[in-house]
Design a protein around this ligand. Structure first.
Ligand code: HEC
Length: 123
Protein backbone atom coordinates (compact mmCIF):
# COMPACT_ATOMS: atom_id res chain seq x y z
CA UNK A 1 0.00 0.00 0.00
CA UNK A 2 2.81 2.38 0.93
CA UNK A 3 4.46 1.51 -2.37
CA UNK A 4 1.24 2.27 -4.23
CA UNK A 5 0.99 5.64 -2.52
CA UNK A 6 4.55 6.43 -3.57
CA UNK A 7 3.72 5.58 -7.18
CA UNK A 8 0.59 7.71 -7.04
CA UNK A 9 2.55 10.60 -5.53
CA UNK A 10 5.18 10.34 -8.28
CA UNK A 11 2.52 10.35 -10.98
CA UNK A 12 0.80 13.34 -9.45
CA UNK A 13 4.17 15.10 -9.31
CA UNK A 14 4.70 14.44 -13.01
CA UNK A 15 1.27 15.79 -13.84
CA UNK A 16 1.90 18.93 -11.85
CA UNK A 17 5.32 19.40 -13.46
CA UNK A 18 3.59 20.19 -16.77
CA UNK A 19 2.99 23.94 -16.67
CA UNK A 20 -0.62 25.07 -16.92
CA UNK A 21 0.07 26.96 -20.12
CA UNK A 22 1.64 24.04 -22.00
CA UNK A 23 -0.15 24.01 -25.34
CA UNK A 24 -1.15 21.20 -27.67
CA UNK A 25 0.80 21.42 -30.96
CA UNK A 26 -1.80 19.34 -32.84
CA UNK A 27 -4.58 21.77 -31.95
CA UNK A 28 -2.08 24.55 -32.60
CA UNK A 29 -1.51 23.41 -36.17
CA UNK A 30 -5.26 23.49 -36.82
CA UNK A 31 -5.48 26.99 -35.34
CA UNK A 32 -2.44 28.09 -37.34
CA UNK A 33 -4.11 26.96 -40.57
CA UNK A 34 -7.25 28.89 -39.70
CA UNK A 35 -5.71 32.02 -38.16
CA UNK A 36 -2.23 32.51 -39.60
CA UNK A 37 -1.75 30.52 -42.82
CA UNK A 38 -3.30 33.16 -45.10
CA UNK A 39 -0.19 35.22 -44.40
CA UNK A 40 2.39 32.74 -43.04
CA UNK A 41 3.90 29.50 -44.27
CA UNK A 42 5.48 26.98 -41.87
CA UNK A 43 7.99 26.02 -44.58
CA UNK A 44 11.54 27.43 -44.56
CA UNK A 45 12.15 30.11 -47.16
CA UNK A 46 8.50 30.41 -48.25
CA UNK A 47 7.50 33.99 -47.45
CA UNK A 48 3.93 35.05 -48.15
CA UNK A 49 2.38 38.36 -47.02
CA UNK A 50 4.22 37.66 -43.76
CA UNK A 51 7.59 35.95 -43.29
CA UNK A 52 7.94 32.14 -43.13
CA UNK A 53 7.57 31.07 -39.49
CA UNK A 54 9.94 28.12 -39.84
CA UNK A 55 12.43 28.27 -36.97
CA UNK A 56 10.89 31.43 -35.54
CA UNK A 57 10.72 30.16 -31.93
CA UNK A 58 13.81 31.32 -30.06
CA UNK A 59 14.92 33.60 -32.88
CA UNK A 60 15.08 37.40 -32.94
CA UNK A 61 12.46 39.44 -34.77
CA UNK A 62 13.22 40.13 -38.41
CA UNK A 63 15.42 37.15 -39.23
CA UNK A 64 13.48 35.15 -41.86
CA UNK A 65 15.79 34.97 -44.91
CA UNK A 66 14.59 36.93 -47.93
CA UNK A 67 11.68 38.70 -46.22
CA UNK A 68 11.47 42.50 -46.29
CA UNK A 69 10.39 43.59 -42.83
CA UNK A 70 8.83 47.00 -42.99
CA UNK A 71 8.47 47.70 -39.28
CA UNK A 72 11.94 46.51 -38.30
CA UNK A 73 14.09 49.36 -37.00
CA UNK A 74 12.57 50.41 -33.68
CA UNK A 75 11.52 46.87 -32.73
CA UNK A 76 14.70 44.96 -33.50
CA UNK A 77 15.31 43.83 -29.90
CA UNK A 78 12.33 41.42 -29.73
CA UNK A 79 13.17 37.72 -29.30
CA UNK A 80 10.40 35.20 -30.00
CA UNK A 81 10.25 33.14 -26.82
CA UNK A 82 7.02 31.68 -25.37
CA UNK A 83 6.10 34.90 -23.57
CA UNK A 84 6.67 37.34 -26.45
CA UNK A 85 4.91 35.05 -28.94
CA UNK A 86 1.93 34.77 -26.60
CA UNK A 87 1.78 38.53 -26.19
CA UNK A 88 2.19 39.15 -29.92
CA UNK A 89 -0.58 36.71 -30.89
CA UNK A 90 -2.86 38.32 -28.29
CA UNK A 91 -2.13 41.83 -29.53
CA UNK A 92 0.54 42.37 -32.23
CA UNK A 93 0.86 46.11 -31.55
CA UNK A 94 1.74 45.49 -27.89
CA UNK A 95 5.02 43.88 -28.98
CA UNK A 96 5.74 45.63 -32.30
CA UNK A 97 4.09 49.06 -32.12
CA UNK A 98 5.44 49.87 -35.59
CA UNK A 99 4.77 46.41 -36.97
CA UNK A 100 2.77 45.67 -40.08
CA UNK A 101 0.98 42.46 -39.05
CA UNK A 102 -2.72 43.15 -39.54
CA UNK A 103 -4.11 40.65 -37.07
CA UNK A 104 -6.79 41.52 -34.54
CA UNK A 105 -5.41 39.20 -31.85
CA UNK A 106 -6.52 35.94 -30.30
CA UNK A 107 -8.22 36.31 -26.91
CA UNK A 108 -8.22 32.71 -25.70
CA UNK A 109 -4.97 32.01 -23.76
CA UNK A 110 -5.31 28.23 -24.27
CA UNK A 111 -5.55 28.69 -28.04
CA UNK A 112 -2.52 30.99 -27.99
CA UNK A 113 -0.57 28.38 -26.02
CA UNK A 114 -1.55 25.77 -28.63
CA UNK A 115 -0.25 27.95 -31.46
CA UNK A 116 3.00 28.67 -29.58
CA UNK A 117 3.44 24.91 -28.97
CA UNK A 118 2.97 24.34 -32.71
CA UNK A 119 5.47 27.09 -33.61
CA UNK A 120 8.03 25.34 -31.36
CA UNK A 121 7.80 22.25 -33.59
CA UNK A 122 8.73 24.14 -36.79
CA UNK A 123 12.39 23.47 -37.61
C1 HEC B 1 -2.98 39.55 -42.43
C2 HEC B 1 -1.73 38.82 -42.48
C3 HEC B 1 -1.21 38.17 -41.22
C4 HEC B 1 -1.86 37.29 -40.37
C5 HEC B 1 -3.30 36.80 -40.43
C6 HEC B 1 -0.87 36.90 -39.39
N1 HEC B 1 0.32 37.52 -39.63
FE1 HEC B 1 2.05 37.31 -38.54
N2 HEC B 1 2.96 38.70 -39.70
C7 HEC B 1 2.39 39.35 -40.78
C8 HEC B 1 3.32 40.35 -41.28
C9 HEC B 1 3.08 41.29 -42.45
C10 HEC B 1 4.48 40.26 -40.46
C11 HEC B 1 5.73 41.16 -40.51
C12 HEC B 1 5.48 42.19 -39.41
C13 HEC B 1 6.48 43.29 -39.31
O1 HEC B 1 7.60 43.18 -39.81
O2 HEC B 1 6.15 44.28 -38.66
C14 HEC B 1 4.22 39.21 -39.49
C15 HEC B 1 5.13 38.81 -38.53
C16 HEC B 1 4.95 37.76 -37.65
C17 HEC B 1 5.94 37.26 -36.74
C18 HEC B 1 7.38 37.75 -36.62
C19 HEC B 1 8.22 36.93 -37.56
C20 HEC B 1 9.69 37.25 -37.58
O3 HEC B 1 10.38 36.65 -38.42
O4 HEC B 1 10.17 38.06 -36.79
C21 HEC B 1 5.38 36.24 -36.04
C22 HEC B 1 6.01 35.40 -34.96
C23 HEC B 1 4.01 36.11 -36.51
N3 HEC B 1 3.78 37.05 -37.50
C24 HEC B 1 3.10 35.18 -36.06
C25 HEC B 1 1.78 35.09 -36.49
C26 HEC B 1 0.83 34.13 -35.97
C27 HEC B 1 1.17 33.06 -34.94
C28 HEC B 1 -0.36 34.36 -36.60
C29 HEC B 1 -1.68 33.68 -36.36
C30 HEC B 1 -2.16 33.68 -35.01
C31 HEC B 1 -0.15 35.47 -37.52
N4 HEC B 1 1.16 35.86 -37.43
C32 HEC B 1 -1.13 35.99 -38.37
C33 HEC B 1 1.14 39.11 -41.31
C34 HEC B 1 0.16 38.31 -40.72
Amino acid sequence: MRRLNAVAATMLGLLCAVPAWAGDPVKGERLFRAQCATCHSPHPGLNLIGPSLAGVHGRAYGAAPGYRYTGATPDAAVVWDDATLDKYIADPKSVLPHGTMLYAGLRDPAQRADIVAYLQTLP
